[in-house]
Design a binder for this molecule. Structure first.
Ligand code: NCD
Length: 300
C-alpha cells in the first residue's frame, strides 16, 4: 500500500495482518522506524488523530515534524496550493499525515507526493485510519467482527468516520448495519449502493427504539456543527440522540458504546463509568492501530 486514502483499499488479509501487528506492538516495545520522519499537516482541528499518530511514530523510534494549524501557520496563509506544499514536504519527510477540510484533498496530495500520504480526514469524505481503529476496537472488545449488528447513529451525512467504517465493515461476513439519523442527516446513497454490492444487510431508521436490544455496538457520533450552513440549522439537530444510562440499560448484555470523539452532548458523562462505555479505550487503541499502519507503510 503506497498511500492510505480510503477504506475501500484495505482487504481483509491486510486488516488481519495490521491487527496482529497492533496486538504485538501494544505489548512490546520496538523501534523499527528509527531514523524515519513523519510530517503531520493538519488544516482542521484535531486532538486524538494528530496526537495518536505522533505518539505512534515516536514510540516506533521515528521523529515528527508537525503543524496543527496549517491554514494559518503554513505557507497556505500566503496562498500556496496544497499541491505545492506537499511537493516540498515530500523532501522533508518519509510519510505525510494530512487532515484537510476538502473531500478529495488527500487523493490530490497523493497524486503529487513522492512519499506515502495518509488521509487523516478530508472534509466530509473519509477518515480511513479512524475506521481501522474502530474496527480494531470491536476486535479487541468483542473478540469478533463477523456477524455483528452495529448501529451508526447521529450525523451520518457529514460524519466521515461512519462513511469509512461502513466501507470497512463491508469486508466482513454476516454484518448488519442500522443507520439511525434524522432524514436530512442520513447516510449518503453511495455507501448504501456499496453495501448492496457487497451483500451487507442494512436498514435506515429515524429512532433507535426498536433496535437497541439487538445490537452489539452502538456507534454514536457528533452532529458536525462546522458542516452546517447556519447555527440555526445546526440547532435543529443538536441533541437529537443522547446516550444515557437508561439507553444503555436497553442494550443487550456485553454490548458496547463507541464514539470517535470529541463528544459534545450526545453521550451524558454518567455513561462513562459503565463497563459498556468503550469510547475512551477506543481512543487508546488508536495508538497501536496507527503504529501498525505506519510500520506496514514504512518498514522494509
Ligand atoms: C472525528 C473526525 O475528525 O472526523 N474525530 C476523530 O478523528 N476522532 C469525529 C468528529 O470530529 O466528530
Amino acid at each position: 500500500m503506497k498511500h492510505c486514502i480510503e477504506s475501500q483499499q484495505f482487504d481483509r488479509a491486510t486488516i488481519t495482518t495490521l491487527f496482529k501487528t497492533a496486538d504485538r506492538l501494544a505489548r512490546t516495545r520496538s523501534t523499527p522506524l528509527k531514523g524515519a520522519v513523519m510530517a503531520s499537516l493538519f488544516y482542521e482541528p484535531s486532538t486524538r488523530t494528530r496526537f495518536s499518530f505522533e505518539s505512534a511514530m515516536l514510540r516506533l523510534g521515528g521523529s515528527v515534524i508537525s503543524t496543527e494549524n496549517a491554514s494559518e501557520f503554513s505557507s497556505a496563509a500566503k496562498g500556496e496550493t496544497l499541491e505545492d506544499s506537499i511537493k516540498v514536504i515530500s523532501h522533508y519527510a518519509d510519510i505525510i499525515v494530512l487532515r484537510h477540510p476538502e473531500a478529495g484533498a488527500s487523493a490530490r496530495a497523493a497524486s503529487v507526493s513522492s512519499v506515502p500520504v495518509i488521509n487523516a480526514g478530508d472534509g466530509i469524505g473519509q477518515h480511513p485510519t479512524q475506521a481501522l481503529l474502530d474496527l480494531y476496537t470491536i476486535h479487541r472488545e468483542l473478540g469478533k467482527i463477523d456477524g455483528i449488528h452495529i448501529a451508526l447513529v447521529g450525523d451520518l451525512k457529514h460524519g466521515r468516520t461512519v462513511r469509512s467504517l461502513a466501507y470497512l465493515l463491508g469486508k466482513y461476513k454476516r454484518i448488519t448495519i442500522h443507520f439511525v439519523a434524522p432524514k436530512a442527516l442520513q447516510i449518503a446513497p453511495d455507501i448504501l449502493a456499496y453495501l448492496e454490492r457487497h451483500d451487507v444487510s442494512y436498514a435506515c431508521h429515524r429512532t433507535w427504539d426498536d433496535i437497541l436490544p439487538c445490537i452489539d455496538v452502538l456507534y454514536q457520533t457528533r452532529i458536525q456543527k462546522e458542516r452546517f450552513a447556519s447555527a440555526a440549522q445546526y440547532r435543529t439537530f443538536k441533541g437529537v440522540y443522547v446516550v444515557s444510562p437508561e439507553i444503555v440499560a436497553r442494550m443487550k448484555k456485553g454490548a458496547i458504546v463507541m464514539h470517535p470523539l470529541p463528544r459534545v452532548d450526545e453521550i451524558v458523562p454518567e455513561v462513562d463509568a459503565l463497563a459498556s462505555a468503550a469510547y475512551f479505550r477506543q481512543a487508546g487503541y488508536g495508538v497501536a492501530a496507527r503504529m501498525a499502519l505506519l510500520v506496514h507503510m514504512l518498514a522494509r
